[in-house]
Design a protein around this ligand. Structure first.
Ligand SMILES: Cc1cc2nc3c(=O)[nH]c(=O)nc-3n(C[C@H](O)[C@H](O)[C@H](O)COP(=O)(O)O)c2cc1C
Length: 334
């Protein structure tokens, strides 16, 4: 069960990814997941803007904490030339620093696939439905991350099983993102036919994550029904814990924003305005111990998070559960 196309592609022991998280991916968390045998993914804006590292120095800090593989997330929506150039530099620096696993989101991943393949690496692309999977594979990616409706961050519209049915026939390895917090969830995803899982929410409630204690505790305490979608942060629905602050703010974009988000000419500008504001707000909220402006992103998997613990413990538990499940599984063909 632990030998999957993902573990072979990424060179890791446990097919469990700590997904990129703005603003929650800090070097210590990424390194802890990789050191335990999973795969930590670097989120470049989180590494630099939230946690204050120069990009290359941040990668070297991670390297000083683990010699095992780590990955990098490249959000490649072409919203501005400056952003695209910066992302190209980040990808090049990551390749120079030995990163060989990349997760691309939005946009066309062709340029990432070309550069990464030239260096002998692999690229997995986020897909919330079949057409994005097809597009990613046509652009040359090696695998897909199936982001389902239970995911933290920007969730997709479909359930894990339905999404696998759509994506598996495309012939590339598919990793499940969304709703996994417990070893049972992990084993169920592998049994369903996924090559691994990508988790976000579960890894926020860890000792290595630098999010505030108030945020981590809110994840431990929240149940599934406390997680709602809000358009007020980035202009498209983001999964958040329904705190009194979120209730006060409402979850719908205002009428003017909605009008501008719909317009063909204005939607890119509006998205950029939202994105910049969101970067600031989410950074402040994740680090703020007072919890006054509690914009706390999390997915439905909060239901399976019962304590704050070291990230490595989670990976070890998953490894043990998969080993146990493999022992009790019926031999192939029976
Ligand atoms: C706080 C938070 C921030 C996230 N930020 C990003 C991001 O910057 N880029 C990205 O590709 N995915 C992002 N995600 C999605 C995660 O990488 C992962 O796919 C998702 O959390 C899986 O669902 P789960 O939270 O139920 O485990 C984020 C998720 C969370 C919870």
């Amino acid at each position: 069960m632990l030998d999957t196309p993902l573990t072979r592609h990424a060179g890791v022991e446990v097919p469990a990814i700590c997904g990129a998280m703005y603003p929650c991916s800090n070097p210590e968390l990424v390194a802890a997941v990789s050191e335990a045998g999973g795969l930590g993914i670097v989120q470049p804006i989180s590494l630099t803007y939230v946690h204050g590292h120069d990009f290359r120095e941040g990668l070297r800090l991670i390297r000083s904490l683990t010699a095992k593989p780590v990955g990098m997330n490249a959000l490649i929506e072409q919203s501005s030339k400056i952003y695209r150039e910066r992302m190209e530099r980040w990808v090049d620096v990551a390749l120079e620093e030995g990163v060989r696993f990349f997760v691309t989101s939005l946009g066309n991943p062709r340029w990432v696939a070309e550069r990464v393949h030239a260096a002998g690496g692999v690229v997995y692309h986020d897909a919330t439905e079949r057409k994005w999977g097809e597009k990613g594979l046509a652009a040359g990616v090696d695998g897909l991350i199936a982001v389902n409706r239970r995911a933290g961050g920007h969730a997709g519209p479909k359930g894990a099983e339905e999404l696998l049915d759509e994506l598996a026939p495309l012939g590339a390895p598919v990793v499940s993102a969304g709703g996994v917090a417990t070893p049972e969830d992990f084993v169920a995803a592998l049994r369903m036919g996924y090559a691994g899982v990508q988790m976000g929410t579960r890894f926020i409630a860890t000792t290595e994550c630098r999010a505030s204690d108030a945020y981590k505790q809110a994840i431990v305490e929240a149940g599934e029904d406390d997680v709602v979608l809000s358009e007020r942060i980035t202009g498209v629905p983001v999964s958040v814990i329904e705190t009194p602050y979120i209730r006060r703010m409402g979850t719908k974009a205002g009428p003017v924003a909605r009008f501008l988000l719909r317009g063909r000419r204005t939607k890119h500008l509006m998205r950029t305005v939202y994105a910049l504001r969101a970067l600031r707000q989410l950074k402040r909220a994740s680090l703020d111990e007072t919890g006054e402006r509690d914009y706390w992103q999390a997915g439905k998997s909060v239901a399976g998070v019962e304590s704050i613990e070291p990230a490595g413990e989670i990976v070890h538990r998953f490894r043990r559960a998969a080993e146990e499940a493999a022992k009790t599984a019926a031999p192939a063909g029976v």
